[in-house]
Design a protein around this ligand. Sequence first.
Ligand SMILES: [Fe+2]
Length: 151
Amino acid sequence: MTTDEITDLLTEAYVDELETVMNYLTNAIVLDGIHAEEVKESLEEDVQEELDHARMLGERLKQLEESPPGSESFEASQSSLQPPADTTDVRSVIDGVLEAEDEAIETYRALADAADDANDPVTEDVAVGILADEEAHLTEFRGFRKEFPTD
Ligand SMILES: [Fe+2]
């Protein structure tokens, strides 16, 4: 059965995915330079995956007789993923992605745990499936990060 904790986490994750879509799309468009190409391509692919995640979360909310939110309840939080003033600053975007993916992983772990506690295997399955995608994104961007040593 469902709990408020589950629907709250589904709603939070839905909003976070859509904010991620916006910031990954923006950064895929604005970055410049030879070091940016691979990162831009990866962000472009992830935009589609993150949108699919939002869709799955929204559909699960609907199945639980809740509605995913519209934009008026949206509160932006991804300050580290804002497009950089210097559009060749690929590292700042990579760091922003690592932070966003870490946060997403934390949310999906919490959702999987809450669903397990509430004996809601369908929500647990949604959370674990998305968690696997986010861990793959994190690994890919950790790899990109190795090319940009800290000053
Ligand atoms: Fe996602």
